[in-house]
Each structure stands twice: as C-alpha cells, then as structure tokens.
Design a protein around this ligand. Structure first.
Ligand code: TYD
Ligand code: MG
Length: 453
C-alpha cells in the first residue's frame, strides 16, 4: 500500500507546513496546526478551485449584460436591505454567528417566505422532523420548500441538479464533507473543497446559495480566511443570546454597501424585523434613575438611540473593578482617566460598571459623551434630564470632537421627541434648533459637568 502523505494545516489561516509547529508563522495563532492527508494535485482538483473553467475569450466589458437589475427580493425588509436590495443570481452568501444566535431560524424563515421558486434547505445539523417543528412555529408551510438532511456535498450537488431550485440554503458549511479528501468535516481542507463545490453550483446554475458558518470563541468565522475570500457576501449575525435583539451586519458585499444593518427581535414566532429600533431600545428607561444616558449612535447607515447605563460605586476590594458590557473596556478606562484628569473626578477608588441596554455591542465612538454623562450621573447620584441626548467623541485632552453624519443623528433624536442634543461645539453645518430639538455645543468634558449638574 502506498504511504499516505500528510501535511500540517493551520486551521485559522490555511497555511501549511511539513511538521507540526506551535505558532503559525503566517497568522501568529497558537496551536492551530492539524495533520491532514495530502491530496494529489491533479488537474481535476485544481480545476475545482474557483469559478469553473470554460473556454472563455476576452471580450469588451460593454458586450456583457449587467446583473444588477435582476435581484430577487426575499420578502424580509431587513435581510433585503443588508443584501443591498435582494439576492443576486449565482451569489454565494456566508452567514456567520455564534451558536444559538438564530442563524438557522433566520434562514429557515427566509426559505419559508421565499416566493421566487423552489428552495432547497440542506441541513447537516437537524433532522427534517426538527426542522418541521421549528417551521410550524414560524409560519405556514409551502409546497416549494424542500428539505435535505445530508452532509455529502456530492449528493447535495446531485439533488440540486435534480430539483433545480431557485435558492439553496446550507446549514452549516462546517458539517459538510467531500468523499474526495480524507480529513474530517470542519477542517480547513474540507471547508475549502465543499465551499468550492457549492460555488460551482451557484455560478454555473445561477442559483443564490446561503451558507451558515459557525463562529469560534474568539469571534472569527471558523475555518480559513479562504472561505471569506471565496464568497460574495459575508453577513454576521450578532447579539446577546439572552436578549431578544439581533443585528445582522454586512462584513463584505460584492454587490452592495457594507454599511447596511438589519435589526431583528427574537420571539416565539421566529425573528421579527424591528422597524423602529430606537423606540424599543430606549422605551424601558426610567427617567428618575441616575446613571442612565441616551446616546445618538449610528450603526452602519442607521441612526440608533441607545440607553447607556453606568454604575459607579465605592470599591469593596483594594483594586477597583471596571467592567463593560457591549462596550470596549479599554475605552471605558480611557474615558474614566480623562474624567479624573480633566474634570477632577476621583474615580480611582471606585468600581465602574457600564452596560448598553438591549444586549447590543457598539463600536461607534460617538457614544463616548453619553458614557461620560452616565458615569457622572451615577457618581453624583443625580438623574440626567430625560429630554437630553448625547453625540460626541472624547479625545485624550478632554475635548469633545464632532462625529460623522450628525444630521442623521439629529433627525432621529428629533423624531423620538427629544428636546436637547449635546454635540461638539466644533460641529459644522448644524443649526441651533431643529423643530423642538435644540442643539447645544460643548467644548470640553468639564463643560458637561457644569451644564448638567
Ligand atoms: P437557532 O436558529 O437554532 O440558532 P443557531 O442556528 O444560530 O445556532 O436558534 C436559537 C434560539 O432561538 C433557540 O435557543 C430558540 C430560539 N427561538 C425562539 O426564541 N423562537 C423561535 O421561534 C425559534 C425558532 C427559535
Ligand atoms: Mg443552527
């Protein structure tokens, strides 16, 4: 018997080595090398790599038809928005997210709503009975939805050929395998090969294909970066499993903007689009409590009003705790240092806890001002005026900086009935008031203290 040749493959970036190594020289991850058998690099395997090779000749770009006009909407306002207006024929879409976040639910309900023809829902994770049970909770069943419990990509390809669906959904790419290679499902080689097969189906038959992908505990999509390069669109489903809100973000989109965002709420009938997220997110605020401030944030292209909650209390132990949920703890530490140095607040011996209500994770620096206001309010135990909203980034010297797309934030705040918005005094092109909303410029963190308390 011929000796089976093996190589070591980094499960994070796909780099290979002849021997096991602890730290990947390519992506610097530790302990990611796994032994896999080497495939003979035949012409056939090489040909499968990307878009199928046909005898193509160069032709003027003008002579091709543009595919932009033929998007198929999926009858889900949020998903359509994130995709840039519907499904492009032959696109390969990766939908990633942590376990239990609702990936299977989202794509099952998309399959159930889809009205553009037959849908093939391939599940390597759940049995048809389980899927049916879930589907019955979501809504009425259609004849056009076909389910295939299968993980062999060759059989999936055969079934796709036979059924000729208008949409294919695969749950999940990590469960698939191709019998052509020996490594186990979920390994880099298997993910790369099975995704290449699905890509071929998508591109040759012009069928949009959704792939569900798991996320590792570090938060990146499991499997090689290669996968992200192969697909046309990468969507990320985020949120806190213990909260109802979910955010669907575009990480990559070859057919549209990556600034779009979908917001859903998980309830007993599946995921419902949230049409007015600000109203829901700030709806539970109690105006008499200290430590809570409303931030005019912007997620993707959408303005979003959020409640920032802070709790500042005397540290029980020698080392004060700083903890933030939904916000970067390092940034919190930086803001507290600014407060201490520029505003004279002694927070060095205080525990500070920060929370963004609704379980969302926000990166937008414009919420800095609300974070500082919430911390001051909690520290002094004085509630902030409930008609005030904040939008400003804070620099190291305590200066308040202007933020992007201020008009959008202002109009959202006005729509939600706020009377006053605190922004950087360096903000350009804003009026003093918009309807009932007054725009107040502040220059330094110390001004906030003077103005509010
Ligand atoms: P699921 O789609 O299985 O998550 P994933 O595929 O990302 O792992 O959904 C996970 C959770 O959603 C599950 O814990 C139950 C909950 N859920 C609801 O609350 N309502 C529903 O209608 C459905 C179908 C699920
Ligand atoms: Mg699932």
């Amino acid at each position: 018997m011929a000796k089976v040749k093996t190589k070591y493959v980094c499960q994070s970036c796909g780099a290979t080595a002849a021997k096991w190594i602890g730290k990947c020289p390519s992506c610097n991850e530790w302990n990611t090398y796994v032994e896999e058998s080497v495939q003979p690099d035949t012409r056939q395997t090489r040909r499968r790599a990307m878009i199928p090779v046909t005898q193509q000749k160069a032709a003027p770009l003008q002579s091709f038809e543009s595919s932009s006009g033929v998007r198929t909407p999926v009858d889900d306002q949020e998903l359509d928005r994130v995709l840039g207006g519907g499904l492009v024929p032959g696109s390969l879409i990766l939908c990633g997210g942590e376990p239990g976040i609702g990936k299977s639910t989202l794509l099952l309900q998309t399959a159930m709503r889809f009205s553009g023809g037959n849908v093939l829902y391939v599940s390597g994770e759940e049995s048809p009975e389980q899927i049916k049970m879930r589907a019955e909770r979501i809504g009425p069943l259609k004849d056009s939805l076909y389910v295939l419990p299968e993980t062999n990509v060759k059989i999936i390809a055969e079934q796709a050929e036979e059924l000729n669906p208008s949409l294919i959904i695969v749950d999940s790419i990590q469960t698939l395998f191709t019998p052509e290679i020996e490594s186990s499902p979920g390994s880099v080689s298997q993910i790369r090969e099975t995704a290449a097969d699905l890509l071929t189906i998508a591109k040759t038959k012009h069928i949009p294909v959704f792939l569900i992908g798991h996320i590792t505990k570090e938060g990146s999509l499991a499997g090689p970066k290669v996968l992200e390069h192969m697909v046309d669109v990468v969507l990320q489903f985020e949120g806190d499993r213990f909260h109802a809100f979910r955010i669907l973000r575009t990480v990559k989109n070859r057919f549209g903007s990556t600034h779009e965002l979908g917001i859903y709420e998980m309830n007993s009938n599946g995921l419902q689009p949230v049409l007015n997220p600000s109203a829901v997110l700030i709806g539970e605020k109690d105006p008499s409590l200290s430590g809570s401030a409303i931030a005019a944030s912007l997620e993707g292209m959408r303005p979003l009003l959020l409640e920032i909650q802070a709790l500042v209390s005397t540290a029980v132990y020698g080392t004060p705790q700083r903890s933030a949920t939904g916000y970067n703890t390092r940034r919190l530490n930086m803001l507290l240092a600014v407060l201490e140095k520029r505003c004279g607040f002694k927070l060095g011996m205080k525990d500070v806890f920060l929370n963004i209500a609704g379980g969302l994770r926000i990166e937008d620096p414009a919420i800095d001002l609300a974070v500082v206001a919430a911390c001051l309010s909690s520290s002094l135990d004085i509630a902030l005026p409930s008609d005030t909203v904040f939008a400003g980034e804070i620099g190291l010297s305590g200066e308040i900086r202007p933020v992007s797309r201020i008009e959008q934030r202002i109009s959202e705040a006005e729509k939600m009935g706020f009377k006053r918005m605190l922004v950087s005094s360096y903000t350009r092109n804003v009026k003093d008031s918009y309807g009932n909303l007054k725009v107040v410029g502040v220059e330094k963190v110390a001004d906030i203290h003077r103005l509010l308390f």
